[in-house]
Design a protein around this ligand. Structure first.
Ligand SMILES: C[C@](O)(CO)[C@H](O)COP(=O)(O)OP(=O)(O)OC[C@H]1O[C@@H](n2ccc(N)nc2=O)[C@H](O)[C@@H]1O
Ligand SMILES: Nc1ncnc2c1ncn2[C@@H]1O[C@H](COP(=O)(O)OP(=O)(O)OP(=O)(O)O)[C@@H](O)[C@H]1O
Length: 294
């Protein structure tokens, strides 16, 4: 039997997220600067082992090991593209909170596609991988290469990878699962309706920041349009953002994706570590992770 293959499935953070409108098919057009965190799940493929998934880790409980697990959906989606695909059994260490706006399931699906690509000798940019990714979920294509970049369309249009200074962040989830579809619904856009927006961001507008403070200043001029509709679904998000903004050294506090995970940005890792300690003392039940983005 071939040796096991392992990869990390890093958390996706929407540093900014503008909703540009709603397509006729109901999906929303977005414009988002996406980065990836040092914290994530871990996925292992045991080539040739019985197909299926076993899950361990702090957020394993309640997660399906049936065909609706996004890892197994990824396997099916890629097999449709690549008949005769070789596979095996998956082991997932689930460290990211579920349904929390940091794309844990999407990261797992993308990790599965990467492992299957390695096992089957497919290049990492094979069109079959991206076709399978887009079929699984809007966030899966950007999680494939897991690099900082602008994401547009409904998530399938990816800009070139961007070289941004590293950002020191604190990720915080208050333990409330938020359903992505419900948050988009709360926006209240009709199919075919556009929002009044500034022009979508360009790669050039994000390139050339020499320091983290300069990136944070530029981010402060953007927003996450899903914050208000997500607060409707989970009012605790307002408390999270308020607490983060008050932490010593916090330069920016914002929600990621459709919530409820929020992030705070700091000038250095000492400040984010100190803030993590302080917040863990105040909110011992929350998931609180200091991490580096990018
Ligand atoms: C909000 C984000 O996290 C930002 O990165 C993503 O756009 C969500 O991506 P995701 O969780 O992979 O979303 P999917 O699983 O494809 O879709 C879940 C539901 O969210 C809504 N949805 C999702 C993405 C999108 N661009 N427009 C939407 O309206 C749809 O109602 C869909 O039924
Ligand atoms: N491997 C998996 N990990 C997490 N969730 C999964 C997985 N497989 C299936 N799911 C289901 O997918 C749904 C979305 O989970 P996920 O954690 O990806 O949400 P999210 O963090 O809100 O994602 P996004 O930021 O892309 O909106 C949950 O309802 C969960 O039950």
């Amino acid at each position: 039997m071939q040796a096991r293959l392992t990869t990390r499935a890093p958390a996706k953070i929407n540093l900014s997220l503008r909703i540009l409108g709603r397509r006729a098919d109901g999906y929303h057009e977005l414009d988002s600067l996406v980065a990836f965190a040092g914290v994530g799940d871990q996925l292992t493929l045991l080539p040739g082992a019985e197909s299926g998934i076993a899950i361990s880790g702090p957020f394993a409980e309640g997660l399906s090991v049936a065909a609706d697990n996004l890892v197994l959906k990824a396997e099916v989606a890629l097999r449709d593209q690549v008949p005769g695909l070789r596979s095996g059994g998956f082991l997932l260490v689930k460290r990211l909170p579920v349904a929390s706006g940091i794309g844990g399931g999407s990261a797992d699906a993308a990790a599965a596609l990467r492992l299957l690509a390695r096992l089957n000798g497919l290049p990492s940019d094979a069109p079959a991988l991206y076709a399978a990714a887009a079929r699984i979920g809007a966030d899966v294509p950007v999680c494939l290469a897991a690099k900082t970049r602008i994401m547009q369309g409904i998530g399938e249009r990816l800009g070139s990878p961007l070289r941004l200074p590293r950002l020191f962040a604190l990720l915080v989830n208050p333990g409330v699962a938020v359903e992505t579809a419900a948050v988009f619904r709360n926006l209240g856009l009709q199919p075919g309706e556009a929002t009044i927006q500034p022009a979508p961001a360009t790669d050039a507008s994000w390139q050339g920041h020499a320091s983290a403070p300069s990136v944070i200043e530029a981010l402060a001029a953007t927003r996450n349009d899903l914050e208000a509709p997500a607060r409707g679904a989970a009012p605790v998000i307002a408390d999270v953002l308020e607490l983060l903004a008050e932490l010593p050294g916090c330069r920016l506090a914002r929600m990621s994706g459709s919530g409820a995970t929020c992030f705070a940005l700091f000038d250095d890792c000492r400040a984010s570590a100190a803030a993590a300690k302080l917040l863990a003392h105040r909110q011992p039940g929350w998931w609180i992770k200091p991490t580096v983005l990018g």
